[in-house]
Design a protein around this ligand. Structure first.
Ligand code: SAM
Length: 269
């Protein structure tokens, strides 16, 4: 199954609404918040910076950006009108924050009009990510900055041992949700080729053992999609979901997702 985010504007409205909930839940997760705060410290916007949140979803990162003392204005762009509607509702009353429907690969925004661009778990979902990086480069001023945060989803795991059948579920979910799970490996080259000067990269880890939330959804969604594709019988799908819960209850569950962040600068003229 292809990545639903890659063609989000044509996805069923009910699907977009369910994903909008997932994005807000993920953003509220303390480990996710800590990773965001860490790389935004690396970005360090100052002096009333004008920041573009490209692929903003429901605007969770944009709201965090708007609250930073060095940020003056935030614009969020996303192809999903459902996400943008939700982003507007959730940001009512927050000054300096606006949202527009748009494609990050063809922005209707003037050259050099931002001090920074943020791409938070977006590039791995976009076919032709180099076009989004080129657009980000175009709309940032000379000396402006880019922050990218993305999953190294190829290494996502719920396996407790070699050939663990739960891992097949996680891999099925990643295949359905992530256009390019290997993007993080090519990120440095892609960003440099778009003209940016990379100034730093960091790795981040997301680990769930007790009370796994997101990792459990990797198992459940994968089991459902394998059953839906006829690769697994319904009973086997339910058995894998039960096994994941048994492990969680027995303190035997292990779910891990590695993320990378990168800060880059548009060289001055
Ligand atoms: C996993 S979500 C992340 C959303 C948000 N950045 C966050 O972290 O909550 C991926 C986002 O990429 C957006 N997206 C997909 N294709 C895009 C494109 N061509 N240009 C800009 N955003 C895109 C999706 O609509 C979705 O909101």
């Amino acid at each position: 199954m292809p990545d639903v985010y890659a063609t989000i504007a044509s996805a069923d409205e009910a699907v977009q609404e369910r994903l909008a909930e997932v994005l807000e839940l993920r953003a509220a997760d303390p480990q996710q918040r800590a990773m965001l705060e860490t790389y935004l410290e690396d970005l360090a916007p100052v002096g009333g910076a004008r920041v573009l949140d490209l692929g903003c979803g429901t605007g969770a990162v944009a709201r965090t950006l708007a609250a930073l003392p060095g940020v003056g204005e935030v614009v969020g762009i996303d192809p999903s009108s459902v996400f943008i509607g939700q982003a507007r509702r959730l940001s009512e009353g927050i000054a300096g924050l606006s949202f527009e429907v748009g494609d990050g690969r063809a922005l209707g925004l003037p050259d050099g009009s931002f001090d920074a661009v943020v791409l938070h778990t977006v590039l791995c979902h976009i076919p032709e990510p180099e076009r989004a990086l080129a657009e980000a480069f175009r709309v940032v001023r000379d000396g402006g900055r880019l922050a990218i945060f993305d999953g190294d989803y190829a290494t996502s795991t719920v396996a407790a041992y070699e050939n663990d059948p739960l891992q097949g579920c996680a891999e099925a979910t990643i295949a359905a949700l992530v256009h390019d799970p290997w993007l993080a490996r090519r990120l440095r080259r892609l960003v440099s080729e778009a003209g940016w000067r990379v100034t730093g990269m960091r790795s981040h880890g997301y680990l769930e053992t007790t009370d796994p939330g997101y990792s459990m959804t990797l198992v459940d969604r994968g089991a459902d999609s394998l059953v839906g594709a006829g690769r697994l019988g319904a009973e086997a799908g339910e058995a894998l979901k039960s096994e994941a819960r048994r492990r969680a209850d027995a303190d035997e569950f292990f779910g891990h997702i590695a993320y990378v962040s990168m800060i880059a600068e548009r060289p001055g003229s």
